[in-house]
Design a protein around this ligand. Structure first.
Ligand code: ASP
Length: 325
């Protein structure tokens, strides 16, 4: 009796702390979005959750854990049980934050399993509808003339809009007052209301507002103009005088470190099916996003890519340092 009890205890000790069920997922998976609901990261996550449902064979629900430029949501996932039921949808901010914060509550390369890349989204430089500048040259002049009272909105230090705004101020050699929000959805509300003046934001959030004339668009942040769609006529920041200006927001999916390989493989396989889903393509491409289907959709290559981005952004952020919040 004593021997068999000992044997049973020994066997239990060998089991993983979070058992991997062969039928994973057998309950809804939470996909943490580190920004406010209704914004561009949220939009990618909700479209992706829908595309993942079939290949994953389960429901994916969204949890908006907004704050501190995306680092709060990332930290929640870094500390979550590594059982495959808490995942993170983040963006370029996961790679810019290490250069913007003296300390982070998580280790970017050590505390996550990298599941794969999703898409790349251009940003736009936009302003409130009643801003007295109708093109990029007029905007630059207006910003220079009003530099003491201009408010630049962003989604917190470490967000994509913060990075873009930082590089924008640095390129124009202007120090503006910056106003942090929990995401660019609430920031957009204030831009629409005229409480703030300018912002950078993903086309997935700005296309509709630009088209309906509710905000003014001055430039796209990619090196080339958008190949098609409603914003194809928008000049690039580069051709407007900010030589070399290039910000494009990539998104990826992450899990807490220690998530079993079987789960990582299953989510990655489902992700790669979702990235070929015609409906997902249609919804995202209509808003200027480019879906990734190359090697960066694999865990190993995505991790390499993020590491390279951290190394690339470090010196860029350092050079723009005097304009940082
Ligand atoms: N667009 C935001 C950013 O600047 C994030 C968001 O609200 O989705 O990172």
């Amino acid at each position: 009796m004593r021997r068999s009890l000992l044997l049973a205890a020994g066997l239990l000790a060998c089991l993983p702390a979070f058992p991997v069920l062969a039928d994973y997922p057998d309950k809804p998976i939470t996909l943490v979005v580190p920004f406010a609901a209704g914004g561009p990261t949220d939009k990618v996550a909700r479209d992706l959750a829908e595309a993942l449902r079939k290949p994953l064979g389960g429901t994916v629900i969204i949890d908006n854990v907004a704050g501190a430029g995306g680092t709060m949501g990332a930290n929640k996932v870094a500390k979550a049980a590594p059982d495959g039921y808490t995942l993170l949808l983040h963006h370029i901010g996961i790679a810019s934050a290490p250069s913007l914060y003296r300390t982070l509550p998580y280790k970017t390369l050590d505390d996550f399993e990298y599941l794969g890349m999703v898409n790349e989204v251009p940003m736009t430089v936009i302003g409130r509808a009643n801003l007295p500048a109708n093109n990029f040259a007029e905007l630059s002049k207006w910003l220079e003339a009003n530099k003491d009272k201009v408010n630049l909105a962003h989604a917190g230090v470490g967000s994509a809009s913060h990075l873009c705004g930082l590089l924008f101020q640095s390129a124009l050699k202007l120090n503006m007052t910056t106003v942090p929000y929990k995401g660019t959805a609430p920031a957009m509300n204030d831009l629409l209301g005229g409480q703030v003046d300018v912002m950078c934001d993903q086309t997935t959030n700005t296309t509709g507002q630009i088209e309906s004339g509710k905000v003014k668009a001055y430039a796209v942040t990619t090196p080339r103009r958008l190949p098609n769609g409603p914003l194809a006529k928008l000049p690039t920041a580069d051709e407007s005088g900010l030589k070399g200006f290039n910000v494009s927001v990539w998104h990826g999916v992450y899990a807490p470190k220690g998530t079993p390989k079987a789960v990582v493989d299953k989510v990655n396989a489902a992700l790669r099916v979702a990235l070929n889903d015609a409906d997902f393509h249609k919804r995202q491409e209509a808003l200027g996003a480019v879906i990734i289907t190359d090697a960066r959709t694999t865990p190993a290559e995505h991790k390499k890519f993020v590491e390279a981005e951290i190394n690339k952004l470090g010196p860029v952020i350092k050079a723009a340092g005097q304009y940082a919040d």
